[in-house]
Design a protein around this ligand. Structure first.
Ligand SMILES: [Fe+2]
Ligand SMILES: [Fe+2]
Length: 427
C-alpha cells in the first residue's frame, strides 16, 4: 500500500514535470504554423522487473511553429500522439495516447520531443491488465527515431514501473523542417520590397510552407525551386540595371556586362529549375517577373545614389555571398551534375559581384557626396544586421546549415567593408 502511494505521488510529479516540458516548448513568437500528421514504426524493448520485446506503430499530429529569425528554436510544435505496441513475449498489447511537444534548437540537428499520456497494457505474466500513465522523451535524426519511455501501470496491486526503449523510423520529423532561409539573389526592388515571380509545380503554386511537409528528397527539390525563383527574379533586375546604366550614361562596358549577366541568370534559373524537377519528380514552371518601369522623375544624382546603394547591397554583398555559398555547397554535394552547376553559378555570381563593385565605384565618383553618403548609410546598415542569427539548424542534405551560411555572410561583409574603405583611402 505504501509502495502504491509512493508511486502515485511520483507519477503526479512526473506528469506535472512533463506537462511543464510540453508547455515550455511552445515558442513565444510563432511566425508561421503548419499541421503535420506523421506516422512511424518502432521496435520496443521493455526493461525493469520483466524484459519484453515488441513492435509498434505510432502517429503524431502536430501544430508546428516556424520561429522568427531571432528566436532560439529552429522549429517547435505541440500536438497529440497515439501508440500501439504488440508485446511478443506475453502475446498482448499496450496502447498509449496523450500530448507531445518539442523543439529543435538553432544549429543542432537533434530534436527533443516530450510526451505524457494515458497507457493501457494487457496482462503480462502475473501482472493483470491495467491503466496508467506514460511519459517519454524522443529524438529524431534523418530517418531514425529513438525514444525512452517510462510507464506506471496500475494492475490492481500497486503501480508497476517499467522502462521502454524504442528504436524506429518515420518519413520525416514530427516537427517538420525549419523555414527555408533562401537567398533573394538580386531581385528588382520597389522600395524595400523584392519583386519576385511565382513557381508552379504541376499547375499548383508552390508555397514555402510546402517544405515542412515534404520528404527529404522533396525538400531538396523545394529548395532548388526557390533558388530558381530567385534566379528568375534576377533576370529583369539586370535588364533594369543595363537600362539605368544607359540612362546614367555609364561606360559601355558596364552596360555590356549587365546584359551578359542577364544571360547568366537565365541559365541559372534554367539549371535550378531542372534540378528542382529531378528531385520533385514533377513538372515545374518558374515565372520571370515583369520589368519594373523606370522612375521618370528621378534626378541624375538620385539615380547614381540608387545604383551605388543597390550595387553595394545586392551585388557586392548579396551576389558576393551567393558566390561563396554556391562554391561551398558544390564541395558537399554528392551529385556530379549539381556540383558542376554550383561551380558555374559560383563563378558567374562572382563576376556579377565584381560588376557591382565597378558600378559602385563609377556611380560614387560621378554622384559625388550625395552618393557617397547614401553608400555610407547602407554600409552602416549592413554592419547593424551582422549579428542576426539565421534560421535553420536543420540542414537539408546538400545544403549548408544556418551557422555556415551566417559565417560566409559575415566573412564576405567584413571583406567588402575593408575593400570599400581601401577604395575610399580610409582603410
Ligand atoms: Fe544567379
Ligand atoms: Fe547573379
Amino acid at each position: 500500500m505504501k509502495m502504491k502511494r509512493r508511486w502515485a505521488k511520483g507519477g503526479q510529479v512526473l506528469t506535472a514535470a512533463a506537462f511543464i516540458g510540453v508547455v515550455a516548448t511552445t515558442p513565444a513568437k510563432a511566425a508561421q504554423t503548419d499541421f503535420i500528421a506523421m506516422p512511424g514504426v518502432f521496435m520496443n524493448i521493455t526493461f525493469g522487473e520483466r524484459w519484453n520485446f515488441g513492435f509498434g506503430l505510432d502517429l503524431h499530429a502536430t501544430f508546428v511553429f516556424k520561429t522568427s529569425e531571432d528566436d532560439k528554436f529552429a522549429t517547435s510544435g505541440v500536438g497529440l500522439y497515439a501508440q500501439a505496441t504488440w508485446l511478443i513475449a506475453s502475446n498482448t498489447a499496450r496502447y498509449s495516447a496523450g500530448l507531445h511537444g518539442g523543439y529543435r534548437p538553432q544549429d543542432n540537428p537533434l530534436e527533443r520531443d516530450f510526451e505524457v499520456g494515458w497507457v493501457w497494457q494487457g496482462a503480462v505474466c502475473d501482472q493483470p491488465a491495467g491503466h496508467g500513465i506514460q511519459i517519454g522523451f524522443s529524438t529524431f535524426v534523418l530517418f531514425g527515431d529513438v525514444a525512452l519511455r517510462l510507464t506506471l501501470i496500475d494492475g490492481g496491486d500497486g503501480w508497476m514501473p517499467e522502462g521502454h526503449l524504442a528504436l524506429g523510423t518515420r518519413r520525416q520529423s514530427r516537427l517538420g523542417l525549419p523555414r527555408w532561409e533562401g537567398s533573394e539573389g538580386r531581385p528588382q526592388r520597389d522600395g524595400q520590397t523584392a519583386l519576385m515571380g511565382r513557381v508552379f509545380v504541376r499547375g499548383c503554386r508552390l508555397k514555402r510552407r510546402d517544405l515542412s511537409k515534404a520528404t527529404t528528397r522533396a525538400a531538396i527539390g523545394v529548395q532548388w525551386a526557390e533558388a530558381a525563383r530567385a534566379e528568375a527574379a534576377s533576370i529583369p533586375a539586370f535588364v533594369a540595371l543595363a537600362r539605368d546604366l544607359q540612362t546614367a550614361q555609364a561606360p559601355a562596358d558596364l552596360v555590356r556586362r549587365a546584359l551578359v549577366a542577364v544571360a547568366d541568370e537565365v541559365r541559372h534559373a534554367q539549371v535550378s529549375a531542372k534540378i528542382a524537377r529531378r528531385y520533385l519528380g514533377r513538372p515545374l514552371a518558374v515565372e520571370v517577373p515583369n520589368l519594373h518601369p523606370a522612375t521618370s522623375d528621378e534626378t541624375s544624382v538620385h539615380l547614381l545614389s540608387r545604383l551605388a546603394v543597390e550595387s553595394w547591397r545586392d551585388g557586392c554583398l548579396g551576389e558576393g555571398i551567393e558566390a561563396v555559398r554556391a562554391a561551398e555547397r558544390g564541395k558537399i554535394t554528392k551529385s556530379r551534375y549539381v556540383r558542376a552547376s554550383l561551380q558555374t553559378i559560383a563563378r558567374e555570381e562572382a563576376t556579377h559581384a565584381e560588376l557591382a563593385w565597378d558600378v559602385l565605384i563609377w556611380a560614387t565618383q560621378k554622384g559625388g557626396t550625395t552618393a557617397l553618403d547614401a553608400v555610407a548609410e547602407a554600409v552602416a546598415e549592413s554592419a547593424a544586421r551582422a549579428g542576426v542569427a539565421p534560421v535553420g539548424g536543420y540542414r537539408v542534405p546538400g545544403d549548408l546549415d544556418g551557422t555556415a551560411k551566417a559565417r560566409i555572410a559575415e566573412a564576405v561583409r567584413v571583406e567588402a567593408v575593408g575593400r570599400w574603405r581601401r577604395t575610399l583611402g580610409t582603410g
